[in-house]
Design a protein around this ligand. Structure first.
Ligand SMILES: [Zn+2]
Length: 318
């Protein structure tokens, strides 16, 4: 078996990120636990392949046990909205960057949570059993020589580590939230603006968001899944992709990244605004002068886009 070189170019990371679920050579769909191989072919071209096709690799950068993404990716053209106050809009244009909030700074205390505290005993005992069984049954060639007491102690230790990992992950995870919808939403205007008359919304698509962030393979973009935490838990790798059912109206698609070093409450990530912003809308409660103001600001920042009046302002007939 080839030694792993751990040489991961952006092209290789992008290839494995965009084709995560299947081998790029034979289209084999990976199952949980399959080995996926990242590396380079005869002409140094990046390859992301299955066991069967791993003979094509001249260099193996890394081998993984495949695990499915903890989130679903919307279709490329799926419409995404971001409702905001005017000041946030100006900040977006002037910084040419999307602000990612550190997850422990969100109002929702369940951000990144695996479950409800009152149900933690069941979670703990499930993982204690899991760890104990893993310690008792090491991989072939190894033997477990620990006493029951030592196994119990080691399992407790692993559980504690997992718990601390969950807490600290909140400080290393940064998120930008988007609303998935074909249509403008009256409720979202109210939810995401402090002055309703001076609110702005931008509309993009999944593809627009991903490409505006330069197809960065370290930024995951996917749908949040809403679960009933009275009956379920979020898995150790799912926690930032699960929210309580009470938030279902948000229909959130989030862009998520991890940064081990950043100590700030948020991070600005450079993005190409011409790709990102497909449309700009002003709130249905905005006066005429506000529309001119937003157009002026767009011009100042060389944005060619014209502001749309809210679709909710259309006049009815009876
Ligand atoms: Zn293959």
């Amino acid at each position: 078996m080839q030694e792993m070189t751990h040489r991961l170019t952006t092209d290789l990371r992008r290839l494995s990120f965009e084709n995560h679920d299947s081998c790029v050579t034979c289209d084999h769909v990976f199952q949980k636990g399959d080995t996926s191989h990242l590396g380079y072919g005869q002409n140094d071209e990046p390859l992301y392949v299955c066991n069967e096709c791993s003979g094509n690799l001249k260099e193996t950068a890394i081998r993984h046990y495949f695990s499915p993404r903890p989130y679903e990716i919307p279709d490329q053209e799926t419409k995404l909205w971001r409702y905001m106050d005017f000041t946030k809009y100006v900040s977006l244009l002037s910084s040419k960057a999307i602000y990612f909030t550190r997850t422990d700074c969100f109002e929702d205390l369940f951000e990144g949570a695996k479950g409800i505290k009152k149900n933690k005993d069941r979670w703990d005992s499930h993982y204690l059993d899991f760890f104990k069984s893993a310690i008792r049954n090491p991989p072939e060639g190894y033997a477990c020589k620990l006493s029951e007491e030592e196994i119990e102690k080691d399992a407790q230790h692993l559980l504690k580590d997992m718990e601390m990992g969950g807490e600290s992950r909140k400080k290393r995870t940064f998120v930008s939230c988007w609303h998935e919808s074909e249509h403008e939403s009256e409720a979202m205007w109210r939810l995401y603006s402090s002055v309703l008359a001076n609110a702005v919304a931008i509309r993009t698509s999944y593809k627009g968001l991903y490409e505006s962030l330069d197809r960065d393979p370290s930024i995951s973009i996917g749908r949040v899944e809403y679960i009933d935490l009275n009956k379920n838990y979020a898995g150790p790798n799912d926690a930032f992709w699960r929210k309580r059912k009470s938030f279902e109206h948000e229909r959130e698609v989030r862009a998520l990244l991890t940064d081990m070093k950043c100590k700030d409450e948020g991070k600005l990530i450079q993005c190409n605004l011409d790709i990102l912003i497909e449309d700009v809308f002003v709130s249905p409660h905005a006066p005429e002068w506000f529309i001119h103001l937003v157009n002026d600001i767009n011009e100042k920042y060389s944005m060619k886009i014209k502001v749309n009046k809210s679709e909710l302002k259309e006049e009815p007939f009876f």
